[in-house]
Write a protein that binds this ligand. Sequence first.
Ligand SMILES: NC(=O)C1=CN([C@@H]2O[C@H](COP(=O)(O)OP(=O)(O)OC[C@H]3O[C@@H](n4cnc5c(N)ncnc54)[C@H](OP(=O)(O)O)[C@@H]3O)[C@@H](O)[C@H]2O)C=CC1
Ligand SMILES: C[C@H]1O[C@H](OP(=O)(O)OP(=O)(O)OC[C@H]2O[C@@H](n3cnc4c(=O)[nH]c(N)nc43)[C@H](O)[C@@H]2O)[C@@H](O)[C@@H](O)C1=O
Length: 305
Amino acid sequence: MKIFITGGRGMVGRNLSALAESTGHSVLIPARDELDLGNSAALTEYIEENSPDVIVHCAGLVGGIQANISAPYDFCHENLLIGLNLVKAARKAGVQKLINLGSSCMYPRKAENPLRESQILTGELEPTNEGYAVAKVAVARLCDYVTQQFGFSYKTLIPCNLYGYWDKFDPNHSHMIPAVIRKIDEAVRSNAEVVDIWGDGTARREFMFAEDLAEFILFALERFDDLEQYTNVGLGKDYSINEFYSAIASVIGYKGRFEHDLSKPSGMAQKLVDVTRQKKLGWMPKSGLVDGINKTYKFYLEEVL
Ligand SMILES: NC(=O)C1=CN([C@@H]2O[C@H](COP(=O)(O)OP(=O)(O)OC[C@H]3O[C@@H](n4cnc5c(N)ncnc54)[C@H](OP(=O)(O)O)[C@@H]3O)[C@@H](O)[C@H]2O)C=CC1
Ligand SMILES: C[C@H]1O[C@H](OP(=O)(O)OP(=O)(O)OC[C@H]2O[C@@H](n3cnc4c(=O)[nH]c(N)nc43)[C@H](O)[C@@H]2O)[C@@H](O)[C@@H](O)C1=O
């Protein structure tokens, strides 16, 4: 299958393109300087010229809670712009199949957990990442409407939080796991006695190793017609932030104390996704938390430091 992976140089995109190529697919992964998804005409021309069998939309302006708080306009505008451009260009070029990546932050902040796909748009969004979530919901709905009005198959996967190879370790943009790996590694190197935990540590998160999501995406492409319009992708289990810090500290060998910085944002109290539809397809992720942290820390030491 010829797969056009937008955001092919990002964390999910690189995990997906590596796995896709190793399993015999051909992948199109233009970098931003070859193809800016903000340029609608160039995007349409690219898709028409390359005629992919399917598109997987992994591109986006993506960041953790601090990044989202500091730039809500950018997170909303960029993700809306590239999502709208992509759906329009794909439809114009006649690409029948598209997988759009949403995010668990699309769900209402007070929705009952585990979060079911039917709960989208049933309540107010989490303020710390509302701009990003509005864009995610809008593009997902646009995929529904193209499917309804023109008979295409543009479907949305909703992953839980992700981490892994090619993640972002810059604390101004990072999600929690890469940020904490860097923070605790630096504490060990500097013999620091205390590491700050953002918030009171009771918030809960579900983090999937990005290579497992890549595996699910290929699994889903092989049974594309069995996919519903929305499918959560998760582990079916979450941990408290305190538990994440402890697991990362034990992998890295940090023996110092932790202090809770209550001035830092915590975001949603919990966002555990319901994996009933994913399980019905016959797939569950293989990486456990400690295994995933070990692999990510090794990547950090070898490729980032
Ligand atoms: N990371 C997570 O925890 C989660 C991510 N997701 C979703 O998964 C998808 C992938 O996320 P992730 O891999 O972490 O994100 P990354 O930030 O690692 O990768 C996103 C990629 O998109 C590219 N991109 C952004 N804007 C443009 C543009 N205008 N033209 C061309 N390329 C562009 C970026 O290029 P450049 O490097 O040049 O900026 C980058 O390579 C996103 O849709 C995200 O919302 C969903 C749930 C959780
Ligand atoms: C993927 C999804 O998730 C994002 O939202 P989020 O889950 O809140 O993002 P996060 O991973 O940055 O934080 C997770 C939790 O962890 C706590 N936390 C503790 N200590 C650190 C810390 O040092 N850094 C960070 N970033 N968080 C920390 C932090 O306070 C929060 O309670 C959206 O922005 C959006 O990107 C989206 O789609």
